[in-house]
Design a protein around this ligand. Structure first.
Ligand SMILES: Nc1nc2c(ncn2[C@@H]2O[C@H](COP(=O)(O)OP(=O)(O)OP(=O)(O)O)[C@@H](O)[C@H]2O)c(=O)[nH]1
Length: 200
């Protein structure tokens, strides 16, 4: 399928840290003439594998510009650099140091794989999934933290005394205060010892 712009939309499944992961993979064409179309496919991607071939210098040279395109479209998603076809190392056109220097410059984890011989392929996807799940958990924790912080501001319930006629609201520390008072019937006989409590 070397003449099409999207090579596959296949699913890769495995288990990691007791969680089932299913990845939908989109293998985009490297050719620049397909840029506008391939962009539509990686828009919304949650992880990225930048692959170059051991026997194709152009694919290696193109990595930095791919990194920039992806960053511009989807931001800093979990990404790895992969040198594929290491079963053909005898015919390599890229020195080890060059590949490692590129990974260092782009601050990416670097894998050498052979899809043909099934070498290191699962490791790449496990690493990416792990990274993605970590970020997701961190994001969830941050969202919860924001909810708690903001609930302090809007959820100040004041049971302190005052008139029973209707609910009034004041402001404490910039947050809204809603006065909660029991109705007259419930307070007629005994004065509650908690009548001057403030719940924050
Ligand atoms: N020897 C070897 N061949 C591979 C390996 N991975 C893929 N190939 C072969 O390389 C050719 C290109 O594979 P693709 O999956 O189309 O790779 P691509 O990067 O999408 O390349 P283009 O189609 O040229 O854009 C096919 O003939 C594959 O069988 C590998 O690890 N080792």
């Amino acid at each position: 399928m070397t003449n099409s712009f999207i090579h596959c939309g296949c699913v890769f499944s495995f288990r990691i840290n007791d969680e089932d992961v299913r990845l939908m993979l989109w293998d985009t064409a490297g050719q620049e003439e397909f840029d506008a179309i391939t962009k539509a496919y990686y828009r919304g991607a949650q992880a990225c594998v930048l692959v170059f071939s051991t026997t194709d210098r152009d694919s290696f040279e193109a990595v930095s510009s791919w990194r920039e395109k992806v960053m511009a479209e989807v931001g800093d998603i979990p990404t790895v650099l992969v040198q594929n076809k290491i079963d053909l190392l005898d015919d390599t056109v890229i020195k080890n140091e060059e590949a490692e220097a590129l990974a260092k410059r782009l601050k990416l984890r670097f894998y050498r794989t052979s899809v043909k011989e099934d070498l290191n392929v699962t490791e790449v996807f496990k690493y990416l999934s792990d990274k993605y799940l970590q970020r997701l958990k961190q994001q969830n924790a941050e969202d919860t933290e924001i909810m708690h912080t903001s609930s302090n501001k809007i959820g100040v319930f004041n049971t302190a005394g005052g008139s029973h006629s209707g609910q009034k609201s004041n402001a404490i520390n910039g947050g809204d205060v809603i006065n909660l008072r029991p109705n007259k019937q419930r307070t007629k006989k005994s004065k509650s010892p908690f009548s001057s409590c403030m719940l924050l």
